[in-house]
Design a protein around this ligand. Sequence first.
Ligand code: ADP
Ligand SMILES: O=C(O)[C@@H](O)C(=O)COP(=O)(O)O
Length: 421
Amino acid sequence: MLLGAIADDLTGATDLALTLSREGMRTVQTVGVPPADFDFTDIDAVVVALKSRTIPAAEAVALSLDALSCLVGAGARQIVFKYCSTFDSTQAGNIGPVTEALIDALGEDLTIVCPAFPTNGRTVYRGHLFVGDQLLSESPMKDHPLTPMTDSSLVRLMQAQTRLPVGLVTRDTVAKGPAAVRDAFARARAGGQSVVVVDAITDDDLRVIGEAIADLRLITGGSGIALGLPENFRRSGLLDSDAGSRRFEAPGGRAVMLAGSCSTATRGQIEAAIAAGTPSFTIDPLAIADGNVSPQEIVDRVASETDRVPLVYSSAEPDRVRAAQARLGRERAGELVEHFLADVAVSLRDRGFSRFLVAGGETSGAVVGALGVSALLIGPEIDPGVPWTHSLGDERPVALALKSGNFGGVDFFSKAWKVLA
Ligand SMILES: Nc1ncnc2c1ncn2[C@@H]1O[C@H](COP(=O)(O)OP(=O)(O)O)[C@@H](O)[C@H]1O
Ligand SMILES: O=C(O)[C@@H](O)C(=O)COP(=O)(O)O
């Protein structure tokens, strides 16, 4: 085992695991901290998926430290703390507190912050995070149900969450190459900074940074920051370039799509799927709270759709989300939907469904947790950042496409099934 990663949500973990496997590392994703008897043989990278993005900071720290000690115990030479490419967090955390705990535990004096993922339009320039052509704070992320992002300055966002002094390495330096970036790190250290935001607007920038961070034991960022890491291990003779990946065999069986993401991208994908004739069932947190809809009722309706892959969704536009939250509270509204969709998934699996497409990071965490999946093998990419996966070590294996809310083209809900066919 060379590289260990701790991801703050499930879809984020899958995104990172896809990058690492595409760059030639034999990668396994675990759901939660692997058990003591987990077999790390023939694995180059392990990505531990937590559900720690929006839980209380102290719990996120404790879980992340557990994951760290497991990964370091298994031999990981480098640790990546993976968070969202849109820096999803609140002033209380959890990116700052977790980074601080990991840097302390590893006894390191410097780490970087780099959520850039240029392929999906996330770029960092002069420390400001862009989503496509918009600043983060002007992007649809300003209306996220759990982590509305209202600032775009990564230095300010990070500094609000940590007592560690935060600095910045700008694109001008990155453009000069890895040695210049390493010099900038040395200057940051000398100036007492232990966290530096690093600009990146292209994959080439990420590969330059990747080379410059070869000796950092802790790296924090989005999946893009992992682009250049496998090459470091190859260069130092630790990673076998011929290591074959394990065969991906998705179980056959009935399929369903479950969406709890309210992102603009997911809502567009739902609209396109419905327009194309997908049987769909919408659920609403207020209806769940009032007992006006039950998982069993939805399961019966889904099971009766035998011609096309049905879609169950709670996704709604910001006004409706705000109305539900005003009555139920932000957390309860989210939990009601997550539990509902998780119950639907479990009942469908009991009825023989074995292929699940889930939209939304928190939603995926809830569904996969309820299905009792403990590890995932990464399969073919559907769209950037989203692969098919299948469960490992399960008596009733399932195929899972776990879509980050913001990812995927407008035809994602039909393309996914073509990729699996
Ligand atoms: N109609 C709704 N009203 C309020 N909250 C909702 C609604 N639908 C879904 N949610 C909640 O919004 C959150 C969406 O987060 P997540 O699943 O991570 O999606 P994304 O990947 O887009 O961030 C979940 O907690 C989900 O349960
Ligand atoms: O980095 C990203 O954007 C994703 O990998 C990610 O973390 C997804 O989170 P959700 O949007 O909550 O699914």
